[in-house]
Ligand binder design. Structure first.
Ligand SMILES: NC(=O)c1ccc[n+]([C@@H]2O[C@H](COP(=O)([O-])OP(=O)(O)OC[C@H]3O[C@@H](n4cnc5c(N)ncnc54)[C@H](O)[C@@H]3O)[C@@H](O)[C@H]2O)c1
Length: 350
């Protein structure tokens, strides 16, 4: 059976991960590239030995079965409409769009043309996140009560915050909107549909062009779980943690090293004498080696979270798997990105 022809739109940072991931799928291969920047286009084609480069998007669409959109979110609506109208399936990098009305129009066109759509909600495919999902479903930490996520960064360390010309600065809520889908689909994946409770945004004297609100918190909840998210562009620690707090334990995930630690130490007076943190630390040391073996096994095979989501999308296109991003998840993410992003701007009167 011949492979599905994949066309990549946008040859910037994330396209490398996409090309490498498509190259690992069974049923698809990247056959063409398009970018408005010809230098980037030719360099990417050379790097991966891709013969066909296009200076017209229509021509790339015509030559391919599936289009993979790796451009800034401000361009997604127009590009996706063009792909859908041509009746081709598409994978799109998050954030899908810059406002919820664009998604409503895209959805209508998707239904009309009956094309398949997937979003790169890759954090769901981190080993640590998959492992957390399994543990929670098995009841290992009891009933899930709370999700806390810290996104602590600094303009010196964050390529999107450096300088004052990155496209993410112009999104609602600035740079935070670029990462916000990750937070929102984590809530949807673990807690289901939730409602927004509040958004707190500060613009301190350290605020930069990319994150005019440099300290942001927002909370969502449903009857079971509270999700709380914190963005800071003031931290020199560069940390991306997620905590899942259950009735019987806490899972702490470091997103950047894709690592999960389980804390199920129950407090008692005797243990306090030894030091709860000390006991917890010893138990955690024992978890590090198997966790890192799992991580390096995947690294050595060149498998990233993008590889896992693109592999599932490839199987979905073939009718052999579910969509990696159900429609309700996309609805949820787009709706709250729009609301939270604009609320951040409103709070600091951008
Ligand atoms: N899922 C993730 O973990 C993850 C990580 C990084 C980026 N992203 C997302 O991927 C997308 C791209 O991000 P990036 O960091 O690669 O950006 P980038 O700025 O590095 O690359 C974007 C590329 O798109 C090209 N481009 C811009 N407008 C275009 C158009 N109309 N037609 C064709 N090409 C166009 C640019 O020339 C550039 O080469 C964004 O939506 C971003 O949020 C996702």
């Amino acid at each position: 059976m011949s492979k599905k022809k994949i066309g990549i739109i946008g040859c910037g940072h994330i396209s490398d991960t996409h090309i490498k991931s498509w190259n690992k799928t069974k049923n698809s291969e990247v056959v063409g590239l398009f970018d408005i920047d010809e230098n980037l286009l030719l360099a990417k084609a050379k790097k991966y030995g891709i013969k066909n480069t296009y200076t017209s998007l229509d021509n790339l669409i015509e030559a391919c079965d599936v289009l993979d959109v790796c451009t800034p979110p401000q361009t997604h609506f127009t590009i996706c409409m063009q792909v859908i109208n041509a009746g081709k399936d598409l994978l799109i990098e998050k954030p899908l769009v810059t406002d919820v009305n664009e998604w409503e129009k895209l959805k209508e066109a998707i239904n009309q043309k009956e094309v398949k759509v997937g979003l790169c909600h890759n954090l769901k495919f981190n080993l640590s996140v998959q492992n957390a999902k399994k543990k929670i479903e098995q009841g290992d930490i009891g009933q899930l009560l709370r999700i806390n996520r810290y996104f602590l960064t600094h303009p010196d360390a964050d390529r999107m915050l450096r300088g004052n010309s990155h496209w993410s600065h112009k999104l609602p809520g600035g740079r935070w909107y670029e990462t916000m889908p990750h937070e929102l689909y984590i809530t949807h994946f673990f807690a289901g549909w939730s409602e927004l409770d509040n958004v707190t945004a500060l613009s301190t004297s350290n605020a930069t062009e990319g994150a005019p609100a440099d300290e942001v918190c927002f909370t969502l909840s449903n009857n079971n779980v509270i999700s709380n998210y914190h963005y800071s562009s003031n931290s020199k620690q560069n940390k991306r943690y997620i905590e899942f707090i259950g009735t019987k334990g806490i899972l702490t995930l470091d997103v950047l090293s894709d690592m999960m630690l389980v804390d199920k130490v129950v407090d008692s007076k005797k243990k306090r004498a030894l030091g709860i943190f000390g006991i917890d630390a010893l138990k955690k040391v024992a978890q590090i080696i198997p966790d890192r073996i799992r991580y390096y096994n995947q690294k050595l095979k060149g498998i990233s979270p993008h590889t896992r989501i693109i592999t599932q999308f490839d199987e979905y296109l073939d009718g052999k798997a579910d969509s990696p991003t159900p429609m309700e998840e996309i609805d949820f993410v787009v709706k709250y990105c729009d609301i939270v992003g604009n609320e951040i701007d409103r709070k600091i009167k951008k």
